[in-house]
Design a protein around this ligand. Structure first.
Ligand code: PLP
Length: 376
């Protein structure tokens, strides 16, 4: 059997081991340590935001982010429907309800018109949304000018879920720095990985201090163990932060290669009937990290479906995945309000994520192309 081609596997560089080695030699394993402080400073610098708290996952960062914005039981939080479930689960952790909003076709991200409709309708019902979770799906920058203007107009704080968008920019400014709080993930499939981890960034020092406090069991400043509020065990370990430091050195290279892979697919899928990369064009001023290359089928031009393609690729030991299933279609969120829906449902029906990891060789890419050509 030929080697398996994975969707987006981890890709380690040369320096991760140095950081790990040093941490073990110096006995700095946990809870804190120089790698943790170093990783936070280096990530903050890479994103251009002054404060960063490294955490055990992107999901933990989103959870703390919502808590810092005051989200609690009975509140409502705006969130795109077309995203990974981790964008919305923390809303439920807080006892709040997600209010889902459809995508728009150019970026696949939250649609400004539907968002305005959702906000005005919730206000009419007497419920002002407490926060907006702003996702940049597959690394593609959302329509920031319109969305940030809406958030400002209605005074709704933005929690920017940049888990898939590390290294993407808008007007040369890194994503993750546009909300009151930004969130990254270093899960194994992301553009950089710590084997599992996340981070929260913010311009607000008080919020960063509060995040660190809540992430480390919320110990009151007393020599004995005293607790007045509910805390969590959400800190990243100094060992994993060492892997993160090695990975961060590679960010520019990794973005460059992901973008090359996207362009390669774009060029070569053009010759195939009924299949093309999408969303193809970046909005003016945006630059996507192209974390995953996603393709859309045109049902007028081919009888193939995302599932038939996925199964065919699987016979060649190639992993591909459907797009995130819209959250308003998930049983877990059956009761959540939804504004619009046709755009995300159509994308889900026609879309497929192609192998996009930076470990892929040009030979691997040709293997994927041959299998797709065969299937079509
Ligand atoms: C991966 C991801 C997360 C969660 O990150 P974890 O580190 O896996 O908890 C959140 N939101 C989006 C959009 C993601 O892709």
């Amino acid at each position: 059997m030929v080697d398996r081609i994975y969707l987006s596997p981890p890709h380690l560089g040369r320096h991760e081991l140095n950081y790990l080695h040093k941490a073990v030699e110096d006995n700095w394993v946990a809870p804190a340590g120089p790698n943790l402080a170093g990783f936070e400073a280096e990530l903050a610098a890479a994103v251009g935001v002054p404060y960063c708290v490294a955490l055990s996952s992107g999901t933990a960062a989103l959870h703390l982010g919502l808590l810092l914005l005051g989200v609690g039981p009975g509140d409502e939080v705006l969130c795109p429907s077309l995203t990974f479930v981790a964008s919305a689960n923390p809303i439920l952790y807080c006892g709040a309800t997600p209010v889902f909003v459809d995508s728009e076709p150019a970026t696949w991200n939250i649609c400004p018109e539907r968002l305005r409709e959702a906000i005005t309708d919730r206000l009419r019902l007497g419920k002002k949304p407490k926060a907006l979770v702003l996702v940049h799906l597959y690394g593609m920058p959302a329509r920031l000018p319109e969305i940030l203007a809406l958030a400002a107009e209605f005074d709704i704080p933005v929690l920017e879920d940049a888990a898939e968008a590390l290294g993407s920019t808008w007007r040369l400014q890194p994503l993750g720095g546009f909300g009151r709080i930004g969130v990254f993930s270093f899960n194994g499939n992301k553009i950089l990985t710590t084997g599992g981890g996340g981070a929260l960034v913010t311009y607000d020092r008080t919020l960063a201090e509060r995040a660190l406090f809540l992430a480390t069991q919320a110990k009151d400043p007393a020599p004995h163990y005293q607790h007045s509020v509910l805390g969590y065990n959400y800190r990243l370990s100094n060992l994993l932060a060492g892997i993160g430091r090695g990975q961060l050195e590679l960010l520019d290279d990794r973005v460059k290669r992901r973008r090359e892979i996207f362009s390669w697919y774009q060029e070569h899928l053009a010759a195939l009937p009924g299949l093309g990369v999408a969303p193809a064009a970046e909005l003016p001023g945006s630059r996507a990290n192209r974390w995953l290359t996603t393709a859309l089928l045109d049902p007028e031009a081919t009888a193939a479906t995302p599932e038939s393609l996925r199964q065919h690729l699987e016979t060649h030991n190639i992993e591909s995945r459907p797009l995130w299933k819209p959250l308003h279609l998930q049983p877990l969120f059956a009761d959540a309000p939804m504004y619009g829906g046709t755009v995300s449902e159509d994308l889900f029906a026609r879309g497929l994520c192609l192998p996009s990891g930076t470990v892929l060789t040009d030979d691997d890419l040709r293997r994927v192309l041959r299998a797709l050509r065969e299937a079509l």
